[in-house]
Write a protein that binds this ligand. Structure first.
Ligand SMILES: Nc1ncnc2c1ncn2[C@@H]1O[C@H](COP(=O)(O)OP(=O)(O)OP(=O)(O)O)[C@@H](O)[C@H]1O
Length: 578
């Protein structure tokens, strides 16, 4: 875990950097010639739009090609307020523009809940093109009469306006940096990596996506309002579809989900056309340059920000060595819990059935899991184990039959709601967002319930890499253990583990089993584990349920089930192997 002094420094650092940046902006506003100050303002306003775009594309993983349309909304509201003499002045008008842009972002985000990838890109591009045509026809309020937007006294000069733009960039930059580190930021990253993984962690994918859209659009609205104030009158040409596309390219090339890289992108936004102008090349060629950069970024699936961070992490790793493997067997083997016959039922499934076309993946399966137990769910490949987990955790709502948690029916509840009721699960595939650190991931999964001390205790107990280690630098086997520990951090009633030990060495299997055996008594969590490794199953489970061809073959105490001739025949095909 991070020492307290370090973590205080981490919390205050963004504010200190912000103050430093404000001082640098003030010095630049004095030192730079007028023309460069104007260009600097343009770069800062592009930076603001890029920071917003970084949230929705870089962090939440959606392709949005209409960022400057949201900016146009901000500019439109400012122009309208100016023409109609709305009280409050520029700053209030900009805030109003941001709010209107957020509402429009929210509305556009609704179809995004159903669309992904290229389809979402097409919808947002269509929205940008439609808004572009409408604005070109109708123009901004006051544009035809060239009504100048009233800018408050201190910001009237180019230097003053540069400082206003710098202040807005710093405030938004620090705020977004901090949001990225909250549970909401983690939810965006989790949704971008795996919507199923995020839902299983109790995140409403719908709310996460809509909030990303709304906040991103609001920030674009601020950029647009400021753009209108910078030039005095907003024109449609400043918010065209092509420019939105170019901005998107810059966001992915630079890696605008990182605030400092958004600033870099903002500088490129101004620098490339400026250099072309100086070299006597038509500025429209800037769009070609952006296009080439975009193809490069998309084909290599990387961005400058991530590359830079990876290079730094690589150097640090070369200096410090890889994260130490800490999941080692305990010296004294903790005993397997004796099954408590009087324990109340925690999970009960009645007549569960799932059909995929002609395949009956589950057929009238009924059994229960008593509280405080570790129950193994076993069966040959294709027996229906994962289908069972998907049904119980809410990912296969089309199942028949009923599921009860603690006596309450959970049928019809979405996965994230079941997770919030204390029904957690892990996955066979890697669903741990690589962009989070171990501690951030645990805090995210625990819904902020787990304290720093609790996270440290879980890391220690499960032999996970250090709290500050990035998941991306950790092997997939270890990530599965982190996934187990993080789910326990949420204090679930029931944790369903889908092959948690896949990818671990024999020694780690043993060590993991020793930890798992202690989970019900130590953390109060009941465990249902699916596992092919019978050594692990034997070492941790007090009772077993066996599925075969989607039907319940046997259930009961471990020894009885493993000696059942039906199970021996169906599960392994030959008795000796058991
Ligand atoms: N989405 C799907 N569409 C069609 N058939 C499916 C689907 N998912 C699972 N099945 C089928 O349902 C049956 C049960 O699959 P399931 O993955 O639940 O088995 P399993 O016991 O978890 O297997 P394994 O141990 O290999 O993970 C299999 O015959 C499988 O081919």
């Amino acid at each position: 875990m991070l020492p307290a002094k370090n973590s205080t420094l981490k919390t205050t650092a963004p504010y200190l950097v912000g103050l430093g940046a404000l001082a640098a902006a003030w010095l630049l506003s004095i030192a730079l010639p007028n023309y460069l100050v104007f260009l600097g303002t343009t770069a800062l306003l592009a930076t603001i739009a890029l920071i917003g775009l970084g949230i929705v594309t870089g962090t939440a993983g959606m392709i949005v090609l209409c960022q400057l349309t949201f900016a146009a909304v901000g500019a439109w509201v400012v122009s309208w307020c100016n023409v109609h003499g709305v009280p409050g002045g520029l700053i209030i008008w900009i805030i109003a523009g941001a709010l209107v842009a957020a509402v429009i972002g929210l509305l556009l985000g609704l179809p995004a809940l159903r669309l992904r990838g290229v389809n979402l890109a097409v919808v947002t591009l269509g929205f940008a093109a439609a808004a572009d045509m409408t604005l070109t026809k109708t123009q901004f309020p006051g544009a035809a009469q060239a009504v100048k937007i009233a800018v408050p006294g201190p910001f009237e000069t180019d230097r003053g306006y540069f400082l206003l733009a710098a202040l807005a960039t710093i405030v938004i930059g620090v705020a977004v940096y901090q949001i990225q580190r909250t549970r909401l930021g983690s939810a965006w990253k989790a949704v971008a990596f795996s919507e199923r993984g995020a839902a299983a962690a109790g995140t409403s994918v719908r709310s996460a996506k809509l909030s990303a859209f709304a906040i991103s659009a609001a920030i674009a609205g601020v950029a647009g309002g400021l753009m209108a104030g910078q030039v005095g009158t907003a024109y449609a040409a400043g918010f065209s579809t092509l420019q939105s596309l170019a901005l998107y390219v810059l966001a992915i090339v630079a890696g605008a989900h990182l605030v400092e890289m958004a600033l870099f992108g903002g500088i490129l936004w101004v620098l490339i056309p400026e250099l072309l102008k100086r070299w006597g090349v038509p500025q429209d060629w800037g769009l070609v340059v952006f296009g080439v950069l975009g193809i490069q970024a998309l084909t290599t699936n990387s961005n400058l920000g991530a590359d830079l961070r990876n290079a730094v992490a690589k150097r640090r790793r070369a200096r410090n060595g890889p994260p130490e493997a800490k999941l080692v067997p305990l010296e004294t083997d903790p005993a397997r819990l004796p099954a408590n016959a009087d324990a109340p039922t925690l999970l009960e499934v009645r007549h569960l059935g799932v059909a995929f076309g002609q395949v009956k993946a589950l057929n009238d399966v009924s059994f229960s899991v008593p509280a405080g137990h570790i129950v193994g769910l076993i069966g040959p490949n294709g027996a229906g184990k994962s289908t069972f987990v998907d049904s119980v955790s809410g990912f296969l709502p089309q199942h028949t039959g009923e599921v009860f948690l603690g006596g309450e029916p959970v049928n019809g509840l979405a996965p994230h709601l079941r997770a919030r009721l204390g029904l957690r699960r892990t996955f066979q595939q890697d669903r741990v967002p690589p962009s989070l650190s171990v501690a951030d991931y645990m805090a995210y999964l625990s819904h902020g319930k787990a304290t720093t001390e609790r996270i440290a205790e879980l890391i220690e107990f499960f032999g996970c890499p250090g709290a500050g280690e990035k998941i991306s630098s950790i092997d997939v086997g270890t990530r599965r253990i982190i996934e187990v520990a993080a789910n326990i951090a949420a204090d679930p009633k029931l944790l369903i583990l889908d092959e948690p030990a896949a990818g671990l060495s024999h020694e780690e299997h043993v060590a993991f089993g020793q930890r798992l055996r202690q989970v019900p008594a130590r953390y109060g969590t009941t465990v249902l584990i699916i596992e092919h490794d019978l050594d692990l199953v034997r070492s941790v489970c007090d009772s077993l349920v066996v599925l075969d061809f989607g039907s319940l073959l046997a259930s009961g105490p471990q020894e009885t089930v493993l000696n059942d001739p039906k199970v021996l025949k169906a599960y392994m095909g030959e008795t000796e192997m058991l």
